[in-house]
Design a protein around this ligand. Sequence first.
Ligand SMILES: Nc1ncnc2c1ncn2[C@@H]1O[C@H](COP(=O)(O)OP(=O)(O)OP(=O)(O)O)[C@@H](O)[C@H]1O
Ligand SMILES: [Mg+2]
Length: 470
Amino acid sequence: MVQNKVDAKPILVVDDDGDIRLALEMLLKYEGFEVWTARDGQEALARLDAEEAQGRRAALILTDLKMPQLDGLELLEQIQQRKSPPPVILISGHGDVATAVEAMQRGAANFLEKPLVDNRVLVTIQQALFCERISRENDGLRKHLGEQWEMVGESPATAALREQITRVAPALAAVLIRGENGTGKEIVARNLHLASPRAAEPFITVNCAAIPSELIESELFGHEKGSFTGALERRIGHFEAADGGTLFLDEIGDMPAGAQAKVLRALETLEITRVGHSQTIPVNIRVVAATNLDLAAAVEAGSFRLDLFYRLNVVPLALAPLRERREDILPLARHFLACAAARAGRSALELTEEAQKKLLALTYPGNVRQLRNLLVGASVFAEGEQLGAADLEQILSSGPAMSIPETALATGTSDPFSAPTFEVFKDQSEALFFRQKLDANSGNVKRTAEQLGMQRSHLYKKLDRYGLRG
Ligand SMILES: Nc1ncnc2c1ncn2[C@@H]1O[C@H](COP(=O)(O)OP(=O)(O)OP(=O)(O)O)[C@@H](O)[C@H]1O
Ligand SMILES: [Mg+2]
């Protein structure tokens, strides 16, 4: 595995035994690493400082445990106090494996026992570097996801909502979010989760409208292998997957009656039974549900169970339509332009005066999602650094993406056959198609693209076009 010298990763080898230092240096250099050496902890820290002053950082530290001056454990401790510390692998003598284990509990990446075996050394190093990379990618991803769920808006309604979220998030109480299509119900559900002590645990979304009624039980509670035709593997259901975290029951108003009873029982007992299994499994979940329907009216009409309504509606949160909180329009518009720019790796477009006036004058039946679609669409037409009223007009006058009824995107129930023109029909059908495939894959774009045999980037373009992303 000889690496290119240009991107050779520096490894710091710390050992008071000159023979071991030399042996490791030769081995690692042969593998293409750059090698720095030090005789004890103090020398190691000095070397790290000197290199850092030159803008170089160690990719990994391999250190002996027993050394004069500063020993391996002390070195580990000091390293961990530095900014983005590299992984540390400890080398332990025969007798001090227990200390090495303790070191791992204190954050060492791994340990190697003397006498050192070349292959073991290399595998352990590669593993540690790999884990480090994954963990860094994860941090980046988390940051990215956090940004994606950032709630923007300066209206009193949004300020009050933010305050409610902060107040309600720490509790276990069920929350029912009510709002028109595209008002931000999912983003609120995510924020409730992220502001709760469960933030690091799973957030599982169930689109209650998208599950065929005969599969609901297995989707929600899981099944054992062979429990019915087609059950080829054991499957963990959404309730179990959300254990410890938040279960988001989206479009709860569309849940079939049969499923309502089962969900109620699971929420009451906090226990589930997989299909084809006899044992009950306890689940620790926080439930957040969302709907664009008037559930109280659905209860009146007999299509929604009163007891389930009570169980879910412990804390009701109502989201105002965008036309009733106009102070949010421009901050949201700038936010969407900034997100689009970040994705494209360029700086954000600025809104001209006229564009701002135009945005403030619209009614947004499709709420925030419609505003987002409008900006993503219009920025395609923008030339230079600014987005003008004319660019918005391109989409508003005839833009196919804007002629899709929001209901088609939201519930997947609108009928494309009632479209006035062929263009609109094509767009509606395509939007419905992608929405449904994405839902069937729980919003997982990679899996959806694989299933459809499409390039992921191509699918992303489609999703952006129809505002189906995020
Ligand atoms: N306050 C907000 N700040 C930033 N983005 C927002 C905000 N509200 C909504 N959005 C964005 O608008 C789009 C629609 O929001 P979301 O999916 O949460 O709405 P929804 O109420 O669940 O819609 P639907 O009823 O169609 O399921 C998303 O892209 C979301 O990120
Ligand atoms: Mg939603």
